[in-house]
Ligand binder design. Structure first.
Ligand SMILES: [Zn+2]
Length: 274
């Protein structure tokens, strides 16, 4: 080969020759590094974190007496205004319906019941996310609609974070607590109204019959939800209410300005101003 005459190539060849045996002697080390790297990538993905969080909550909720508390995990209900309602955990009991929204976040979590956004602070890196109290309110609306024949029903909203988070949240009406406190909070809640065990069972049956369970329907549902969401965003950008087609107007609220619908109070659609 002509290339071998090149001195630079000779040096490179010699270097590789001397490094290769070392590289191969420690092949298991490289493999280990690769496995650790891949595992970290999976563990840190939001999807895996969300699933792990939901599993640990489901496990902690299993301490509730089975004959009195019926647990439904990961309930996906068709919903109109928010297009789809994915509810992490629902606990049905004679006291009413506990709707649990879990956020598998670490760091310092701050926010209040009424602010539209909350913040997560990890070592000085701030990141904002939608107020989970509002999010869970949407879930309760979807449940109310699905269970319209069962009224009056009492709903309890519960927002939970893992122990690794530090909670700095001002909320009076809605418990914003740690995963380990959910079961105790449910047990402590006193009944305002009482449902018969038969009613609780039929509520459970109704929800299970409505839930979108198989992979394909979930996929289709999510795709439709996304396209509806894009459509709604387009309408909002044009100043049109995505719910009723009314005009969006700038309103003054306690926490600053926001877009409200011109058909208020008939239509209660609001949107934050970015
Ligand atoms: Zn409207």
């Amino acid at each position: 080969m002509i290339m071998t005459a090149n001195p630079a190539f000779e040096i490179l060849k010699e270097t590789i020759k001397s490094i290769l045996p070392v590289f191969f002697r420690f092949w298991w080390l490289w493999l280990l590094v690769l496995i650790v790297f891949a595992a970290r990538l999976i563990i840190n993905s939001p999807r895996f974190k969300g699933r792990a969080g939901e599993k640990s909550v489901a496990k902690s909720l299993s301490v509730l007496p089975e004959n009195e508390y019926k647990l439904i995990n990961d309930l996906l209900l068709p919903a109109e205004e928010s297009f789809t309602s994915q509810i992490d955990h629902v606990v049905l009991s004679c006291k009413g319906i506990f709707v649990i929204e879990t956020k598998n976040y670490s760091g310092i979590i701050s926010g209040s019941e009424k602010s539209s956004e909350w913040t997560q602070n990890i070592y000085g890196n701030k990141h904002s996310f939608k107020n989970p109290v509002f999010q869970n309110y949407g879930h309760i609306k979807a449940l109310e609609k699905a269970l319209s024949g069962f009224s009056p029903l009492k709903f309890y909203s519960v927002i939970a974070f893992p122990e690794k988070a530090k909670l700095n949240v001002k909320a009076e009406k809605t418990p914003v607590i740690y995963y380990s406190e959910i079961a105790a909070t449910i047990l402590r809640t006193e009944a305002e109204i009482s449902l018969s065990p038969e009613t609780v069972d039929s509520i459970r049956e109704r929800l299970i019959s409505l839930s979108i369970d198989d992979r394909e329907s979930r996929k289709a549902h999510n795709a439709e939800a996304n396209s509806k969401k894009t459509e709604a965003e387009k309408k909002v950008s044009e100043g049109i209410c995505p719910v009723c087609g009314g005009k969006l107007l700038i309103r003054n609220g306690k926490n600053g300005q926001f877009y409200g619908c011109s058909s208020y109070p008939k239509c209660r659609y609001t949107h934050s101003i970015y």
